[in-house]
Write a protein that binds this ligand. Structure first.
Ligand SMILES: Nc1ncnc2c1ncn2[C@@H]1O[C@H](COP(=O)(O)OP(=O)(O)OP(=O)(O)O)[C@@H](O)[C@H]1O
Ligand SMILES: [Mg+2]
Length: 256
C-alpha cells in the first residue's frame, strides 16, 4: 500500500518581475508503507520544496499530496519533518529533555512528556544527557536530540531533509546506522532527501532521482541490496559499486 502519494504536483513561486516561477511540474511519486525512499538530486533542484509539500509545510500550486490516503493541507499527525539544520531546530534555552518533550507536551502534559523524552533519549544513545543544553553537545549529538524529538511524536513516517549533512564523516556513519535501526524496529516509512549518492544507496530501498528546471523525477531506481546492511561490506558489494557508477553518471550527465 502507498503511504505517501504525490499526485501530479506542480509548484510555482511568485516572481516580482514577471509570471510565477514554475519550479516543479506535475511530479507524481509514491512511497510504500514501510519503505525507505531516498530522494537524490543536485543542489537547487527542488528536493526541500518537494519534502516540505509532502510534510504539509508548503502548499502545492496544483495536484495533491496524500498521506495514509488523506489529502495533506497541513502537517499531518502521521509524519514528522526533520530539518537539516539541527542548530536552528533545537531551542537553546531548553534542556535536551525539554526539547524532546516539546514535541508532545501539549498533548500529554509536561510530566508524561518528560518521561517519554527520557525513553526516546535512551533510544538514540543519549541516556543521561537530559539535563544538558543543546549547545553543550556535539553536532552529531544535537542531531540525535532532533531525531529523538521526532520519534517522541510516535510518527508512522519520517521526512528528513539532508539530516546528516552538517556532521563529520564518521558521525554521519553513526547516524545512518541509528536511522536504519530505528526504521527497522519501528517499521517506519521514510523519505530522506540527500545529495550524497553513497548515502542514498546505503540506506534506501528505492531512490527517486530528480532533474531540474522544472523539477521532475528522472529515474526511480530499485536498490536491491540485502539487509541488514553493513557500513563497510555493503559499500564494497558489486551491486553497490554498479549503482554508484550508474547514479553518478546520471547526476554528472556523463555518457561515455
Ligand atoms: N520561497 C521561495 N521563493 C521563491 N523561490 C524558491 C523558494 N524556495 C525555493 N525556491 C526555488 O526553488 C528551487 C528549489 O529549491 P529547493 O530549496 O527546494 O532546492 P534543493 O534541491 O533543496 O536545494 P539544496 O540541495 O541546495 O538544498 C530553487 O530554484 C529555489 O531558488
Ligand atoms: Mg534543500
Amino acid at each position: 500500500m502507498d503511504f505517501l502519494e504525490l499526485d501530479s504536483v506542480t509548484k510555482e513561486f511568485p516572481n516580482r518581475s514577471g509570471p510565477p516561477a514554475r519550479i516543479m511540474d506535475r511530479v507524481s511519486l509514491s512511497v510504500r508503507e514501510g519503505e525507505f525512499m531516498a530522494v537524490l538530486g543536485p543542489s537547487g533542484c527542488g528536493k526541500s520544496t518537494l519534502l516540505q509539500m509532502a510534510a504539509g509545510l508548503l502548499p502545492v500550486t496544483s495536484g495533491e499530496v496524500r498521506i495514509a490516503g488523506r489529502r495533506v493541507t497541513a502537517p499531518p499527525p502521521e509524519a514528522v519533518y526533520v530539518f537539516q539544520q539541527y542548530t536552528r531546530s533545537l531551542l537553546p534555552w531548553r534542556t535536551v529533555r525539554d526539547n524532546v518533550a516539546f514535541a508532545v507536551e501539549h498533548r500529554i502534559g509536561r510530566r508524561r512528556a518528560r518521561d517519554a523524552a527520557e525513553t526516546q533519549l535512551g533510544q538514540v544513545g543519549l541516556a543521561g544527557f537530559g539535563d544538558h543544553f543543546p549547545w553543550q553537545l556535539s553536532g552529531g549529538m544535537q542531531q540525535r536530540v532532533a531525531i529523538a524529538r521526532a520519534l517522541a511524536a510516535e510518527p508512522a513516517m519520517l521526512l528528513m531533509d539532508e539530516p546528516f549533512s552538517a556532521v563529520d564523516a564518521l558521525t554521519r556513519l553513526d547516524l545512518q546506522a541509528l536511522i536504519l535501526d530505528i526504521w527497522t524496529q519501528r517499521k517506519l516509512t521514510v523519505m530522506l532527501v540527500t545529495h550524497d549518492v553513497d548515502e542514498a544507496i546505503y540506506l534506501a530501498d528505492r531512490i527517486a532521482m530528480l532533474t531540474q528546471h522544472p523539477t521532475g523525477v528522472s529515474r526511480m531506481v530499485e536498490v536491491g541490496l540485502p539487509r541488514p546492511r553493513d557500513p563497510i561490506t555493503t559499500r564494497e558489494a558489486p551491486r553497490f559499486l554498479e549503482l554508484r557508477h550508474d547514479l553518478l553518471d546520471t547526476l554528472l550527465a556523463r555518457h561515455v
